[in-house]
Design a protein around this ligand. Structure first.
Ligand code: GLU
Ligand code: ZN
Length: 490
């Protein structure tokens, strides 16, 4: 048997996928996950990833709402391979296709007034789930149609649903069959001449040469209708894969109630791009094992449609946070320099820090604390003592470590030792403290705790010797002096 490479067997039809968001004001993490799956599939198969902005709803599709999508995708480096297509610029094409369907007899004019249609809706027999158009206008004679047209009556175009059934093989859900009897002669072009979503999507996907549609489960019921449009237009439908929606921990569709849902919020909160790609990549897709960590290259190499899970995935904020911590712990200063500087500047502008720290200070603090923070911002929020002298001391710590006989004397002496040491670094700092502890016959802890409180204002944190080294000699001496004064005055 010849082993066929999937990519090679597809070589005459390049995979073309698209992300087709409607600009609504934010970019939901679920949308980003859809974009990512499309992007990964394109990269995996050597195909193209396209972007179509479905901006036909004029009220919601402001330029800001579009920009939010572009910025989100650009942050995550999910850049489309071709210029984005704006659906609103393609209305003429949609209308052209609808008229073609009218000419070929696949669509017909419906002159029914909104009043008649809403009465139909209200009259639908109890127990019947679906409202179906009663095909009143399908039975109009040519003369009747001509008369209405010459009277200038407005009409919509409806697709004439043929007999039979629609079957398609969904990449996630397997075979799906729907009887055409369950499908209404739905509208392609409204009375005001505007195309419906159902028509626009199909016409655009045809013109963009889309081969695979990977999108949210919420569109699954649209698919049979869209396949009917493809057929009526004489086109072969693409392959479909409907990805289950993302749920909150309560198994309800992920929404604002559950916390942050827009990618911008995650960006602003300090999540790394790597974290989001890793987390969303494994949200509802699995390479066949239960790993939690995966990088961009591995995702591209391993991503495939059969690995998409058919049960919905739960978004777990605790896990994303944990993952971000993992990535931060493994990153070097140079990986995050720019972002750290931005947060440092923000912290300075908001008055949290008194002066903008220089890059050496930021780097030292980063190397010391990167395993303890979950977000870059934490470095300035939770460990601001790394950048500004404490102006208060933890109460419990004061009782335990400052209000003890001999403390100020010890602190003074240590301060002098530090001042006299030539190179202020880990070994010499530790040496000084160990020597003094032996000489004074006190445990090292009796020196370490007051020193920590004096230099940071708090009682926990990274190892003391490392912390003092990162703070630097001048700051340590100044802070010990300040604490000694504070103890002596109180
Ligand atoms: N614009 C649609 C949405 O945002 C997606 C259409 C599609 O993927 O076919 O839900
Ligand atoms: Zn009608």
């Amino acid at each position: 048997m010849i082993k066929r490479d999937k990519n090679i067997s597809n070589s005459n039809t390049e995979v073309r996928v698209r992300f087709a968001p409607s600009p609504t004001g934010d970019l939901h993490v679920g949308g980003v996950r859809t974009a990512l799956f499309n992007y990964l599939y394109a990269r995996h198969t050597g195909g193209k990833f396209l972007l179509r902005i479905e901006d036909t709803d004029k009220k919601r599709s402001t330029s800001q709402a579009v920009q939010v999508i572009l910025d989100g995708l650009s942050w995550l480096e999910l850049e489309p391979d071709e210029e984005p297509i704006y659906q609103s610029t393609r209305i003429d094409r949609h209308i052209e296709a609808a008229n073609k369907l009218l000419d070929s007899g696949c669509a017909y004019r419906c002159f029914c007034s909104p009043e008649r249609l809403s009465a139909l809706r209200d009259e639908k027999p109890d127990g019947e789930k679906l409202y179906m158009y009663d095909r009143h206008c399908l039975n109009l004679s040519n003369d009747e149609i001509e008369k209405k047209l010459s009277d200038g009556e407005k009409y919509a175009l409806r697709l004439k649903i043929p007999e039979g059934e629609i079957s398609f093989n969904d990449g996630v859900h397997g075979n799906i069959t729907v009887s055409n009897r369950e499908i209404d002669d739905f509208i392609l072009l409204r009375r005001d001449g505007t195309p419906t979503y159902m028509l626009a999507v199909v016409v655009d996907d045809i013109d963009m040469g889309i081969t695979n549609i990977i999108r949210g489960d919420d569109h699954i019921s649209n698919t049979p209708k869209q396949i009917l449009i493809y057929r009526a237009l004489g086109q072969t439908p693409p392959e479909f894969a409907h990805v289950p929606l993302i749920m909150g921990p309560d198994k309800k569709r992920l929404s604002k109630r559950h916390g942050a849902t827009s990618i911008t919020e995650y960006h602003n909160a300090g999540y790394l791009l790597k974290t989001m790609i890793n987390y969303l990549g494994l949200l509802g897709w699995s390479p066949g094992d239960d790993r939690n960590i995966i990088n961009h290259e591995e995702l591209i190499e391993l991503f495939d449609i059969p690995g998409i899970q058919s049960k919905s995935a739960v978004f777990d904020e605790t896990k994303v946070r944990w993952l971000n911590g993992q990535y931060l712990g493994n990153s070097e200063y140079r990986d995050v320099t720019e972002e750290l500087n931005t947060f440092a500047r923000q912290a300075t502008e908001s008055g949290m820090l008194i002066t903008m720290p220089d890059s050496k200070q930021i780097e030292a603090a980063w190397m010391l604390l990167k395993n303890r923070v979950h977000f870059l911002k934490d470095l300035f929020d939770d460990y601001r003592y790394m950048f500004r002298d404490p102006d208060s001391y933890n109460n419990k710590g004061v009782k335990k470590h400052f209000r003890k006989p001999g403390v100020t004397e010890h602190l003074e002496m240590l301060k002098n030792d530090f001042a006299n040491v030539e190179s202020f670094e880990l070994d010499s700092i530790e040496g000084i403290i160990r020597n003094r502890s032996e000489e004074w016959e006190v445990s090292a802890g009796k020196l370490i705790h007051p020193l920590r409180l004096a230099c940071s204002g708090v009682t926990g944190g990274a190892g003391l010797f490392e912390m003092l080294e990162a703070l630097g000699k001048d700051a340590v001496i100044r802070r010990i002096q300040k604490a000694v004064n504070w103890i002596s005055n109180g």
